[in-house]
Design a protein around this ligand. Structure first.
Ligand SMILES: Nc1ncnc2c1ncn2[C@@H]1O[C@H](COP(=O)(O)OP(=O)(O)OP(=O)(O)O)[C@@H](O)[C@H]1O
Ligand SMILES: [Mg+2]
Length: 277
């Protein structure tokens, strides 16, 4: 059965976009038909993974929200770039300040209309000719009309956070006040965890116990604590190398890197668990 997934977090910079790109690519490489919708309307960054010449040829999701451009027109077929046996289409949001302001500075009523559009897009993308198995929506952090709309459409919400006091407390509040009221399944993903804390079984169980208590995992049957993603030095190194080489290069989708890494292995496990659930 096709599923709608949302990646969300309380704080910014928790790794939602990186997770979205890697998980989606993993699913497409396993033969699934995947659509990514970039619904981080206030600070989009999916575009940083795509070459500029490709981006210039397509309307942005903002135009679908504001001017009724059909959502299909925004979809870039990214499948050939990730050597997938399945399909990967990406609808990108505009990072131009003017477009961001026009899209985000609207009233509650207009955001309500966005919600119905989002539901319509999802049902369209699940049908012919897209027949999407997974629609993966990347959102902006925190609680906003736009992120609430996205969570409302989702079957599964991956909620990412770092092991920081403020992040865990905020995430707990948000889960209680938003996600648990939306009826979707919640999969919590701690990200950027130092490798020595992942390798050490005792520390692992301690972290899991503390998170379970502070996030109310046991008392909510729709919530699970998923695998922890490691702070991956290769990702940081690759991003800095891109800057040093002074090229207008695209960001790497880490699971396409031939080098084995713990990050890659965990994304594969999360991907397998998702497809089998
Ligand atoms: N596990 C990780 N290992 C190394 N670097 C990471 C990891 N997760 C995220 N990063 C890096 O952290 C930065 C923020 O990641 P990303 O843009 O995916 O976060 P985000 O939650 O989408 O941010 P925003 O809230 O601004 O949308 C990026 O440079 C990314 O490469
Ligand atoms: Mg992001």
């Amino acid at each position: 059965m096709p599923r709608t997934i949302v990646t969300h977090s309380y704080k910014g910079g928790t790794g939602k976009t990186l997770f979205t790109m890697n998980l989606s690519t993993c699913l497409a490489q396993k033969g699934y038909r995947v659509v990514i919708l970039d619904m981080d309307l206030s600070a989009p960054s999916i575009h940083s993974f795509l070459p500029k010449y490709l981006l210039d040829d397509y309307p942005k999701i903002n135009e679908s929200l504001l001017q009724d451009v059909p959502i299909e027109k925004t979809l870039i077929d990214f499948s050939p770039f990730v050597n997938s046996t399945g399909k990967l289409w990406i609808g990108v949001s505009s990072n131009k300040t003017e477009d961001i302001l026009r899209t985000t500075r609207r009233n509650a009523n207009e955001f309500n209309q966005d919600a119905s559009k989002l539901f319509q897009w999802i049902s369209l993308l699940k049908s012919n000719p897209y027949n999407a198995d997974f629609i993966i929506i990347d959102t902006s952090p925190g609680i906003s009309f736009s992120s609430i709309n996205c969570v409302a459409t989702a079957d599964i919400a991956y909620v990412l956070f770092r092991l920081l006091k403020s992040d865990i407390t905020g995430t707990g509040e948000m889960l209680e006040g938003l996600h648990s009221k939306m009826g979707c399944e919640i999969r919590l993903v701690p990200n950027q965890v130092p490798e020595n804390y992942i390798k050490d079984q005792k520390i692992q169980s301690k972290i899991r116990r503390i998170l379970s208590d502070s996030l109310g995992i046991e008392s909510n049957p729709d919530m699970i604590l998923d695998r922890m993603l490691v702070q991956e030095p290769l990702i940081t190194q690759n991003e800095i190398d891109k800057i040093l080489s002074n090229k207008d290069g695209t960001r790497e989708i880490h699971i396409t890197n031939p080098t084995d890494s713990r990050f890659k292995e965990t994304i594969l496990q999360i991907c397998n668990a998702l497809k089998d659930s």
